[in-house]
Write a protein that binds this ligand. Structure first.
Ligand code: UN1
Length: 497
């Protein structure tokens, strides 16, 4: 039986799906099987320009739409996505490779956030403060920024686009959405939800293609007033620099090298489950993934032994099979990069304890499967400091809490962090001491909830946060308003006190 031809998906511009003639096409593939899933347009700069024009035209009407009404459309989108949860989760798993429970989690995170943002339609609060003068009101209101670009990665192909799109929309912005190419089908599903929920034409536009062409054209278009980007550090830096030339607001969410500190008084069984989930969940391809265990010397041998023992029965395979614990990595490029890092680790003298190779034979041969990998290494090696974005965990021995914190902090990133300890004083100290945007106590580095701000310090970003209340900061301008009803000229700072 031959497979059905993959469906061709267009760009979504001004409320219409368009397949521009004369442009190239690209396809997405299942990283577990190699199956082609969909074909998409490699948009040209002119196509991006058309999308920005549509968004510019639609902006005034959307801005004038009462925010609670915008929220209602979002609520509808959340309902629609909930109805499609299983089918979209399967698209996530087939296109990106995370196991089906995590595929469902990805979609659930999207639903949660859209719902949360729908409620913002009835808040979007400013502040009212006293004036130093008589008969004068001082207040702030929140206004949309205008046309915003949402540029998103492949590792959370429904959640992260929605973190951006739902927040941007409820705040009254119009959006041009550019997803990672290898999860374009997931992105298409996201756009369909908003189309079906009744977002007016031009308010949400969708362009696909290479970052170097499509992303570049978007970032360079002077009509795009803000850019929200999640991805790698190098691409993020380019977006930041290019956006800066036009003084755009650029929001960056970049890498991580997230540590779990396991202290000598930790519940080791709890820590074991947390480290495994943090390191090998989503095949280690989360910005929040646990890529280092900073392990107290007193429990070093015992905990490492437990990790190695548990990995003997760890099931890597078909991500659609509910009993599978880890699927493939997301693409041939990822596979190459992760294997290169494994090679680097071995060359720099780290001790490979388990894994360290591509899985082959049978169904493995069709996909990009890498065995869960653990290195023992001293702090300072490249594998202990650089983001790998794959199922590779570095275990580092430390002498005491102070050294653990020093090691945990001595990297260029600062997204997530964690400590396992039963000592409440130490736990609270760690909350203050760990240089990261997120700290967990007795829980893994992954699993952030949407109603809280998400983001990090150092090279993880440029200071902003998304999700939670921070999402409103990201997508609005504050207007400060003075209303003088004294019917005379009053002079702040100058009138007699
Ligand atoms: C990411 O990897 O960029 O906290 C996002 C988590 C998820 C989101 C991760 N809720 O792991």
């Amino acid at each position: 039986m031959s497979a059905p031809a993959p469906t061709e998906h267009g760009l979504f511009v001004d409320g219409k799906w368009v397949l521009p003639a004369g442009t190239g096409r690209f396809s997405t593939r299942n990283p577990a099987t190699g199956e082609v899933l969909g074909t998409f347009v490699s948009a040209r700069p002119a196509d991006v320009e058309a999308a920005v024009t549509a968004a510019s035209k639609a902006f005034p009407g959307w801005k004038e739409t009462p925010a609670p009404k915008r929220g209602e459309i979002l609520l509808k989108a959340a309902e629609i996505l909930r109805g499609r949860k299983e089918s979209v989760a399967r698209v996530v798993t087939r296109e990106m490779g995370k196991v089906i429970a995590e595929g469902r989690g990805d979609v659930q995170e999207a639903i949660d956030f859209i719902e949360y943002m729908a409620g913002e339609g009835r808040r979007l609060a400013g502040e009212t403060v006293p004036s130093e003068l008589h008969h004068k009101f001082c207040l702030t209101i929140r206004q949309p920024k205008g046309v915003v670009a949402c540029i998103t990665p492949w590792n959370f192909p429904t959640a992260i686009p929605n973190w951006k799109i739902a927040a941007a929309l409820v705040c009254g912005n119009s959006v041009v959405f550019k997803p990672a190419s290898n999860t374009a089908l997931c992105a298409y599903e996201v756009v369909k939800v908003y189309e079906d929920a009744g977002v007016p034409p031009g308010v949400l536009n969708f362009v696909t293609g290479a970052g170097s062409v499509v992303g570049d054209a978007l970032v360079g278009d002077p009509r795009v007033r803000a850019i929200s980007f999640t991805g790698g550090v190098e691409a993020g830096r380019e977006v930041y620099v290019k956006g800066a030339r036009q003084l755009k607001m650029v929001h960056l969410e970049l890498g991580g090298k997230n540590p779990v500190i396991v202290m000598d008084d930790a519940d080791l069984h709890l820590a074991l489950e947390g480290v495994l989930f943090g390191a090998f969940g989503t095949s280690g391809q989360r910005c929040t993934a646990t890529s280092r265990v900073v392990l107290h010397e007193k429990v070093y041998d015992e905990f490492l032994g437990m990790l190695l023992e548990r990995l003997k029965t760890f099931r890597v395979g078909d991500p659609l099979d509910p009993s599978t614990e880890m699927g493939p990595v997301a693409s041939a490029d990822q596979e190459k990069k992760v294997l290169e890092y494994i090679d680097i680790g071995q060359k720099e003298g780290a001790r490979l304890r388990v894994g360290g190779h591509k899985l082959t034979g049978g169904a493995y041969d069709r996909g990009h499967f890498i065995s869960p990998t653990i290195f023992e290494t001293r702090h300072g090696t490249r594998i202990s400091k650089e983001e790998i974005f794959g199922p590779v965990l570095s275990v580092i021995k430390v002498h005491d809490y102070e050294e653990a914190v020093r090691v945990a902090n001595d990297v260029d990133y600062g997204l997530s962090s964690s400590i396992y300890t039963r000592d409440v004083n130490r736990a609270f100290r760690a909350v203050g001491d760990l240089e990261a945007g997120i700290t967990y106590v007795n829980a893994p580095t992954i699993g952030a909830e949407v109603q809280l701000p998400f983001g990090g310090v150092k090279n993880t970003g440029n200071g902003g946060r998304e999700a939670g209340s921070a999402a409103i900061e990201e997508f609005t301008e504050i207007k400060t308003v003075f209303i003088d009803f004294s019917a005379r000229l009053q002079k702040a700072q100058i009138d007699p006190r």
